[in-house]
Write a protein that binds this ligand. Structure first.
Ligand code: SF4
Length: 391
């Protein structure tokens, strides 16, 4: 099988990895991003995803596995051992050369590289590191590399991966040991998955950052399979909040469970994608808006209401009767108001230094969704006239 046919097979299910995407947008890049050197059939099959980097730049990201062979048997995974489908494998130098061909043609600007586990986590991690070494040191690639850390990788391997990559990630899949046992009974939550994330933070704190390939240590992310283990939103967000605080997680990705044929969970109902969306909203409140877990509007058994934006649900309880004065509120108070994001709060603080804000039009000029904010604010001591938003 030639390189492009293998790339086709290996990229075909990478939409299960929403890494670098915005709020779960999962789509391949435009057709014109497909390699012109490919046959039409090949062009349809290589998934280069538009991806947002930590600095906000959007690039064409080739997401792939080095091999779809795997000796593990995670219940939700299309690549699990024993599942009957055709598998493909790249050697490190083969993948590096194919990627550089795509890069030279302007088709792929960065890569997210993961792998099935073949010969143990340590051996598989070595192959991922070898690939990144070839790209950086032999082929001179200076663009974006996201390397997956394999379950069971050693601390020295984590450090080497950090020296080569712009981002490293470990998929926790579930929020704790008990829930993971329902999804992947042969993965160890604490030792194999959480420990590498702790090592990343230990290394960031103890080793100078000039050891990173571009003078910085990589950011870290993780991913959860939402709904696969009947876990609650509270469990997922408790772990997310812990990771934000203790290992400076850049981002948690939430992937709504979707059953895959010929796996032990093939008859389990798929998770409503709206739940994934609410979890993203809540995780941003925890990470960027000064919310604590106790602030989130969980209802029965630790689930967020599906039909309400969590920030709006909080404001309905806390701000409806006690609106915030826009001309006096501090940054944290402004961030609690629906319709006001981080840029909006900063714009209000800047504008107030020049003159008072008197009406919703002045808020709209600052980029704020004024109708959403209106029920929860005062301007110069008065409620504002507004047309309620229907959607
Ligand atoms: S280790 Fe990874 S590739 Fe292998 S079965 Fe589990 S999730 Fe799938």
């Amino acid at each position: 099988m030639d390189s492009f046919a293998r790339l086709q097979m290996l990229t075909s299910q990478m939409e299960l990895e929403p890494a670098e995407e915005n709020r779960g947008e999962r789509r391949p890049a435009d057709a014109e991003a497909r390699p012109a050197c490919f046959t039409p059939k090949q062009r349809d099959a290589v998934f280069v995803h538009p991806a947002q980097l930590p600095n906000g730049q959007t690039i064409k990201l080739l997401k792939t596995l080095l091999t779809s062979a795997c000796e593990r048997d995670c219940f939700y995974c299309p690549f699990r051992a024993g599942r009957d489908f055709r598998r493909a494998t790249f050697k490190p130098d083969e993948f590096a050369n194919v990627f550089m061909e795509l890069n030279r043609r302007g088709i792929a600007e960065g890569t997210f590289l993961s792998s099935g586990i073949a010969g143990g986590g340590i051996r598989t991690q070595d192959k991922l590191i070898d690939t990144a070494e070839i790209l950086r040191n032999k082929l001179g690639f200076r663009g974006y590399i996201h390397l997956k850390i394999m379950p069971g990788a050693e601390k020295a391997q984590v450090e080497r991966a950090m020296q080569l990559a712009d981002r490293v990630s470990v998929n926790l899949e579930a929020p704790n040991t008990e829930r993971l046992s329902r999804l992947a009974p042969h993965k160890q939550f604490l030792d194999e998955l959480l420990q590498p994330l702790k090592w990343v933070e230990e290394i960031r704190k103890s080793v100078p950052s000039y050891k990173g390939w571009n003078g910085r240590w990589p950011s870290t992310t993780t991913q959860f399979v939402v709904g696969g283990a009947d876990e609650s939103d509270l469990e997922l967000l408790t772990t997310t909040a812990w990771l934000n605080k203790n290992v400076r997680l850049k981002r948690a990705y939430f992937s709504a469970f979707s059953p895959i044929s010929d796996t032990p969970l093939e008859n389990k109902a798929p998770t409503d994608p709206l739940r994934e969306h609410r979890l993203y909203q809540a995780s941003f409140l925890l990470r960027d808006y000064g919310f604590d877990l106790e602030d989130l509007p969980f209802v029965d058994h630790g689930f967020l209401p599906l039909r309400a934006d969590p920030k709006q649900a909080w404001a309905q309880i806390h701000l409806k009767e006690k609106p915030v004065e826009i001309n006096r509120a501090d940054r944290i108070e402004l961030l609690r108001i629906p319709g006001i994001g981080i840029k909006g709060a900063e714009a209000i603080l800047r504008a107030r230094r020049i003159s008072k804000l008197n009406d919703l039009t002045s808020l709209k000029k600052l980029g704020i969704i004024a109708e959403r904010a209106a029920p929860y604010i005062l301007m110069n001591g008065k409620r504002t006239d507004y047309q309620p938003l229907l959607f």
